[in-house]
Ligand binder design. Structure first.
Ligand SMILES: O=C(CO)[C@@H](O)[C@H](O)COP(=O)(O)O
Ligand SMILES: [Fe+2]
Length: 217
């Protein structure tokens, strides 16, 4: 199934609650929550209190993208804060297999993410264990960047690998996705689309609807 996951990093934080309600009303299936620790990536974004405060506002899937070093330290806390889907970076884990196992033991959806410079082969060993692979289309750390064209080939490559292994793993693309390039990334094999700055400008509800109608074609 194709799903849209608007990234609230690009939202107006002074009215975060009403913006999340708006995403829900417009039909976005996921809410993408970027967690940055100032170590794995240079920036610091938000944490448990923010997640807890918006959790009662929607039943949509909380798609939590952990850009933090050694994420295994905080899995329990993110689940308690309302995560439905936890994605950890392959580059950030001391023991990737154990981290994924720990997420799955909590009964939620498990994802693994790779940076643009990380080859898909690096996650071949955990593909059978995860529900989703997040392919970064920009270097993680900031919203509003331009999609790096070579990353689309990585999505193709990953899709092929998933098919060859007889799996049905979801592929999420994150960073620089707009209405102009969403067709290309979906043709390459992505079925979950993160969009931040392309959603949070002008009429947010209308932007969500435009993405959704494009993605259902
Ligand atoms: O994880 C990240 C950035 O590190 C993303 O989720 C961005 O927040 C997406 O924003 P846009 O590139 O769509 O503006
Ligand atoms: Fe993200």
């Amino acid at each position: 199934m194709n799903c849209l996951s608007p990234s609230i990093l690009a939202s107006d934080f002074s009215k975060l609650g009403s913006q999340v309600e708006l995403l829900d009303r417009a039909g976005a299936q996921y809410v993408h929550i970027d967690i940055m620790d100032g170590m794995f990536v240079p920036s610091i974004s938000m944490g448990f209190p923010v997640m807890k405060s918006i959790r009662p506002l929607t039943d949509r899937i909380f798609d939590v993208h952990l850009m933090i070093q050694e994420p295994e330290r905080y899995i329990n806390e993110f689940v308690d804060a309302g995560a439905d889907l936890l994605t950890v970076h392959a580059e950030a884990c001391t023991n990737l297999e154990r981290t994924i196992q720990k997420i799955k033991e909590k009964g939620i959806i498990a994802g693994v993410a790779i940076k643009p410079s990380t080859p898909v082969e690096q996650i071949a060993g955990v593909l059978k264990e995860v529900d989703m692979v997040l392919v970064m289309m920009v270097n993680p750390g900031f919203g509003g960047q331009k999609l790096i064209p070579g990353t689309i080939d990585k999505v193709w490559e990953l899709k092929q690998m998933i098919n060859e292994m007889g799996l049905e793993t979801d592929i999420e693309v994150d960073g620089g996705v707009t209405l102009d390039n969403v067709g290309k990334v979906m043709d390459a094999g992505a079925n979950i689309v993160v969009a931040g700055s392309a959603i949070f400008h002008g009429d947010v509800e209308d932007n969500v609807r435009q993405f959704l109608s494009y993605m259902s074609e």
